[in-house]
Design a protein around this ligand. Structure first.
Ligand code: BGC
Length: 795
């Protein structure tokens, strides 16, 4: 069954009530989330074209193949040129560059009967040619304008390469770092994730798809992909509809509201229904509730893989996917082969194909592809000083200072002072361009990366000593993993000998002994072990890096640890033994200069964790917004070691419950103090809150002061807890944040607005509502914030 909703009749989801009688808000016509896709003029053009199309030509618009590399199995080797000429192919992926895209576009426009332009798409994840820090790092900036800028850069560079469509942003909530794709996400929180989702969409689409440097987004992966059981990629997801609506859907909804032109359906099943054949999420929620007018593309081969999900044979799964609302088949090899016959035999109404085709054509018209199908050849790409400056500025904001404890007789190690005459830089990530670029930098080129070693060398000259320390992988792991990268065996690595870690660690120890301070650059292989199909069952440093760290710490030299990875790693030993730890993620082309900015205090770190860092992998999935338990261990926070009275409570016998570094955490070279928050009114009737839908009802204010001696930026965070509700609510939830710059001694008053959006939840009838309750409200610099006020909601 497919639902088709005329735009004029689209109704806002009805607002809600439970427990309060009948405050049903009046249904109203919702504005289309993307006015361009909804415009009458555009839809008239679509309909006029649709009338001229044969069934095969319509289905052709729903078919997509890659004529480039493959990110999954089943890559077909078909005669694409012939298919394009016959109108059997509407879109291509992984064809990059003006020449390559124009080649196929000429065939589409000159040889196909109706001259419908092709839509070229590709993964543009953290920049296109200019590679910025990974998305998880960008989320750590808590600066939506950073995401917008990265998207803007990616969009204009992609468009210059003939791509009018990017498979980004990935807005999956990721609460389990075993799942390798956490690197592409904005982390664990729906509020932060929604803010980032909006910004990515705005940066790519600029609220106007017709601009020559705008691209259409594909918001992915719809939906629940990040909740893969046990963190194993492609695995099933299973959750309540309340969790789906309260945690996993909000970033998608935010992206759709921001005008997202397309979405990508995910590989996983959700509550037993494969997401790429799920009418409830793809039609009921996406089209009916949210009014989405764009189209949905499947993930790579996901429609074909529905056969493995055991919901039918090829014919059946293609029909189910199309009828559920997946409009375009990416590499599934099915729509082009099995839909027409089923329409002819009456199994699938032709109106279903018409609607899917209409959605695809809308986006092509809105992008201006009919007017400007070709891409003019431009100058060859270069990482110009302007591009480098942008990449550095963004990277500067993403680093999170996890720890900076004073060392006896030395003080805090960071920022580095002139006292450190000789500096030893050690570690397999200190000088590796390819790894510092970060995972899934599809079109990025490692040659543009300035490594930590290069940048520090420039700065320190012969005051810098260097030792690689060990390989990123050891022993047989190295050989195995080199062969599972999606690009095939890494060139040149095939016959390289397995590193002799014992010898290189001994060299590194000698190097450290000659220096005043040792900087260790450790992490995991970003290209081999992060991103898609890169789940891990352990979260430590790979190879012999932990031994390397321990050996260098054992020299007694002060150690600064720089962690370079696309997921929270398990840093328990390091946190106990290393005085200064900087999480630098995968910083992109300006890795070295940006890390150097922070090491020397020219930039004061301001990033905050978008994802909790565990003490042990067994805590995963670990996130701050846990639901309460009847047997909490010492209230919300756990306590270790436990006393006898602590036996029958919700805790681990061998580890604390809490994160090693919690969500929102991040230090600065200065300190910030918070006043007690004030609230504009202490009490509000529930009815008023409900009627206010969309508008703020209370403001919460706080004074934040820089009490240290250097300027700094604090990410001020507001958390709530709904203390009494018909459905239990998380012990804390982020509901607002602001980046605030403060000079030494400066104090600023910050105000946050709260309203129905922030205070509501989904009740047992799946209505978004508020009930009489007390909200505890905290403001501070992390999810451990203690400055508190409250708001009472009365009948
Ligand atoms: C990934 C998507 C990606 C697509 C096209 C798939 O394997 O899951 O995120 O957009 O390939 O490259």
């Amino acid at each position: 069954m497919i639902f088709i909703f005329p735009r004029t009749l689209r109704l806002l989801p009805l607002l809600l009530v439970a427990g309060l009688g009948s405050f049903l808000a009046t249904a109203q016509t919702s504005p289309a989330p993307n006015a361009q896709l909804a415009s009458k003029q555009l839809n008239d053009r679509v309909d006029a074209l649709l009338k001229k199309m044969t069934l095969e030509e319509k289905i052709g618009q729903l078919v997509q193949y890659s004529a480039g590399y493959a990110t999954g199995p089943n890559a077909s080797k078909l005669r694409y040129e012939e298919m394009v000429a016959k109108g059997q192919l509407g879109s291509m992926l992984d064809v990059v560059g003006a020449d390559a895209t124009n080649h196929y576009q000429h065939i589409a426009l000159e040889k196909s009967r109706l001259h419908i332009p092709l839509l070229f798409g590709q993964d543009v994840i953290h920049g296109h040619r200019t590679t910025f820090p990974i998305p998880l790092a960008i989320a750590a900036s808590w600066d939506p304008s950073a995401a917008e800028l990265v998207a803007r850069s990616g969009a204009s560079e992609a468009r210059a390469d003939g791509l009018a469509w990017v498979f980004s942003p990935m807005v999956d909530i990721a609460r389990d770092p075993r799942w390798g794709r956490i690197v592409e996400s904005s982390g664990e929180d729906p509020y932060l994730g929604s803010a980032m989702a909006r910004a990515w969409v705005k940066g790519y689409q600029q609220d106007d798809l017709s601009k020559p440097d705008s691209v259409a987004v594909s918001v992915k992966h719809f939906v629940g992909y990040g909740a893969a059981i046990a963190g194993r990629d492609y695995n099933a997801a299973d959750m309540s509809e309340i969790t789906l609506r309260q945690v996993y859907l909000p970033p998608f909804h935010a992206a759709v509201d921001a005008g997202a032109a397309t979405l990508m359906s995910s590989f996983n099943s959700l509550n037993g229904i494969p997401a790429s054949a799920n009418p409830f999420t793809l039609t009921e929620i996406l089209r009916r509730e949210w009014g989405f007018d764009g189209f949905v593309v499947s993930d790579w081969g996901a429609i074909g893989e529905l056969v493995n999900h055991s919901i039918g044979d090829g014919l059946t799964v293609a029909r189910k996917a199309l009828e559920a609302g997946v409009d375009m088949d990416m590499e599934g090899n099915l729509y082009g082969n099995v839909i027409a016959g089923q329409v002819r035999s009456g199994k699938i109404p032709e109106s279903v194909v018409d609607e899917a085709t209409r959605r695809v054509l809308r986006v092509k018209f809105a992008l201006g592809l009919f007017e400007h199908p070709y891409t003019p050849a431009g100058p060859a790409y270069d990482a110009t000083p302007e591009r480098r400056a942008a990449a550095r500025k963004i990277a500067d904001e993403t680093f999170v200072l996890l720890k900076n404890d004073p060392v006896e007789g030395v003080g805090t190690l960071l920022p580095l002072t002139a006292k450190a005459k000789k500096v030893a830089l050690i570690g397999p990530l200190a000088d590796d361009q390819r790894e510092l670029l970060g995972a899934w930098a599809v079109t990025g080129d490692p040659k543009y990366v300035i490594t930590l070693r290069t940048a520090l060398q420039q700065r320190l000259g012969d005051r810098l000593l260097y030792a690689p320390g060990c390989g990123l992988l050891s022993g047989e792991d190295a050989n195995v993993l080199r062969h599972v990268t999606f690009l095939g065996p890494v060139a040149g690595d095939d016959h390289s000998p397995i590193p002799d870690d014992a010898k290189t660690i001994a060299d590194a120890v000698e190097t450290a002994k000659k220096a005043d301070v040792a900087i260790l650059a450790l992490g995991e292989p970003t290209n081999w072990m992060e991103g898609e199909a890169s789940s891990r069952a352990t979260l430590g440093f790979t190879g012999a890096q932990e031994q390397l760290l321990e050996a260098v710490v054992a020299t007694g030299k002060p150690v600064i640890l720089i962690v370079l990875a696309g997921r929270p790693l398990e840093l328990k030993w390091a946190a106990a033994h290393v005085p200064a730890i900087l999480e630098a993620w995968s910083p992109g082309i300006e890795a070295g200069p940006a890390v150097t900015d922070v090491l020397f205090g020219e930039v004061n770190p301001s990033g905050k964790l978008p994802s909790s860092f565990p003490r042990a992998v067994g805590q995963e999935p670990l996130y701050y917004a846990q639901l309460p338990t009847g047997r909490p261990a010492h209230g919300d926070l756990s306590h270790f070691p436990h006393d006898a009275g602590e036996k029958f409570v919700s805790r681990y016998m061998d580890e604390e419950n809490s994160a090693l570094f919690p969500f929102g955490w991040g230090l600065s070279y200065t300190r910030f103090s918070y006043s007690k928050p004030t609230i504009s009114r202490a009490e509000i009737p529930a009815s008023e809150l409900i009627a206010s839908a969309g508008k703020p009802v209370v403001t919460v204010g706080v004074d934040v002061k820089n009490t240290g001696s250097v300027a700094g930026t604090e990410v001020v965070q507001l958390y709530i807890r709904n203390t009494s509700a018909s459905v239990e609510q998380p012990v804390r939830e982020l509901k607002s944040f602001a980046r605030v710059q403060l000079a030494p001694g400066e104090k600023k008053h910050i105000e946050f607005s709260l309203g129905f959006e922030e205070l509501s939840f989904y009740n047992a009838d799946l209505k978004q509502t508020v009930e009489p309750t007390t909200y505890r409200i905290w403001i501070g610099g992390s999810s451990l914030a203690t400055a508190e006020t409250s708001l009472h909601v009365v009948e």
